[in-house]
Design a protein around this ligand. Structure first.
Ligand SMILES: Cc1cc2nc3c(=O)[nH]c(=O)nc-3n(C[C@H](O)[C@H](O)[C@H](O)COP(=O)(O)OP(=O)(O)OC[C@H]3O[C@@H](n4cnc5c(N)ncnc54)[C@H](O)[C@@H]3O)c2cc1C
Length: 404
């Protein structure tokens, strides 16, 4: 009987095994996860769950019984420590060895941490990657305390929004010239800077963290411009690095993530990869996406290809972020954009930013504007690029662009 072993019981790992069974795969399936809890969704960890608005059980992607019901061997609290591609085995903690016919790596990513030399190991310094991080951080969120957030990407900004909503005093430092610089246009940075400032968050851009201060627990921070501030605790949202150690040690090709071909296969024909740990091809360029949408779609493509469907995987990037009452939805990838065209909605705070490379529409950031997000997504997927003048003209019937 064919045995599929999946390493990493997160969003992508859970999607592979569920898809295999949904498509009628009758072989053996083992899903191995280092964390002790069943596969869960991470986005609420920096949103509703951190805010205390969501119970832990609601994070789970499927009820715990699902795996037994589907005859999926779920091995939690178990880490794979080595792969032997020649013998087609994996070694688990405790030295147990498991054979596989097809292996899927869905190992996710590690949060970047601050070096110990600048106080990264002090008590009261938190990462935001897994449930244990969120559970450790939650008790710190007490009104009037001072939190320092290091990093102005989506995770840092979401954490800032939660802390501000809970009545904390929040300072966010971003070393780059502006928040969201790596992922969004200046117009989007401006929108979110203003939103946070309107909720009392202090945003310092173009200023890095020199070091955290304190003996055993963080009590303050010195910034690169010499400013010192008192800090009760700190949250580090400095991005992630793909979890590729297993793949690397097994001799698989790794290049900003485990390299996969157009079908999700790694450089070993019996090993596949999906989710945050995997890089894939997008219009001929090698990219790595860090999103739920990609983790699900890539994992499902891998499941189908393990079953011999021979389906090329073409990413259709989409992402969202919730901050205060603003829902940001992003469709497409803006890499290489030359222009951004802004469409303002009638209500305050409703707007969309349309990224073009020349006359080609690449991506849309839609703030509280689900309708234009959907229209943008469908236009991008269909390869259609309306003239920018139509986008910015308030009189344009946007829906009509889909059929124009
Ligand atoms: C706080 C937070 C908020 C986010 N918000 C959004 C959002 O709003 N929208 C969005 O689209 N995306 C969001 N994301 C990103 C999204 O959650 C990830 O892209 C997605 O979870 C990736 O799924 P994955 O399965 O690749 O990795 P993960 O979900 O990270 O799962 C990987 C799993 O593999 C396990 N593992 C690793 N190595 C081993 C090993 N050797 N043996 C056994 N197990 C192992 C890990 O412990 C982990 O449980 C957010 C992420 C975080 C952390």
């Amino acid at each position: 009987m064919t045995h599929v072993v999946v390493v990493g019981a997160g969003q992508a790992g859970a999607s592979v095994v569920a898809k295999l069974r949904a498509e009628g795969f009758t072989g053996a399936i083992t899903l191995i996860g280092a964390e002790k809890v069943p596969p869960y969704q991470r986005p609420p960890l920096s949103k509703a769950y951190l805010l205390g608005d969501m119970a832990q059980e609601r994070l789970y992607l499927r009820p715990a019984e699902f795996y037994a019901d589907q005859d999926i061997a779920l091995r939690l609290g178990t880490r794979v420590v080595a792969i032997d591609p020649a013998a087609k085995t994996v070694t688990l903690t405790g030295d147990e060895t498991l054979g596989y016919d097809q292996l899927v790596l869905t190992t996710g990513a590690h949060p970047r941490t601050l070096p110990a030399a600048i106080g990264g190991m002090l008590d009261g310094v938190y990462a935001m990657r897994d449930l244990a991080d969120a559970d450790a951080l939650a008790p710190e969120l007490v009104a009037d305390r001072q939190v320092l957030i290091v990093g102005g990407g989506y995770i840092g900004l979401e954490a800032a929004a939660v802390a501000a909503k809970r009545g904390l005093r929040v300072t966010l430092v971003e070393m780059a010239d502006r928040i969201l610089q790596r992922v969004a246009a200046p117009q989007t940075s401006d929108y979110f800077r203003a939103l946070h400032q309107s909720h009392g968050v202090t945003i310092r851009e173009g200023v890095g963290l020199d070091r955290l201060l304190g003996d055993t627990r963080v009590t303050g921070a010195r910034l690169t411009d010499g400013t010192e501030l008192a800090v009760d605790f700190a949250i580090v949202g400095a991005g992630i690095t793909p979890a590729t150690i297993l793949a690397d040690s097994a001799g698989l090709h790794v290049d900003n993530g485990i390299t996969t071909d157009g079908h999700g296969r790694t450089s070993d024909p019996h090993i596949w990869a999906a989710g945050d740990c995997a890089s894939c091809l997008f219009h001929g360029t090698r990219i790595r996406l860090e999103s739920v949408g990609n983790a699900i779609d890539q994992a499902e493509a891998v499941a189908l290809n393990i079953m011999g469907r021979d389906l090329p995987y073409q990413p259709k990037p989409w992402f969202w972020s919730d901050q205060y009452d603003c829902k940001l939805q992003i469709a497409g990838l803006n890499a290489g954009y030359t222009d951004v065209h802004v469409r303002k909605g009638e209500a305050p705070g409703v707007q969309s930013h349309w990224y073009y490379r020349g006359s080609d529409l690449l991506a849309v950031d839609a703030m509280n504007d689900p309708r234009n997000y959907m229209i943008g997504k469908r236009l991008i997927e269909a390869g259609r690029s309306p003239a920018p003048a139509l986008i910015t003209d308030p009189a344009t019937d946007m829906k009509a662009l889909l059929t124009a």
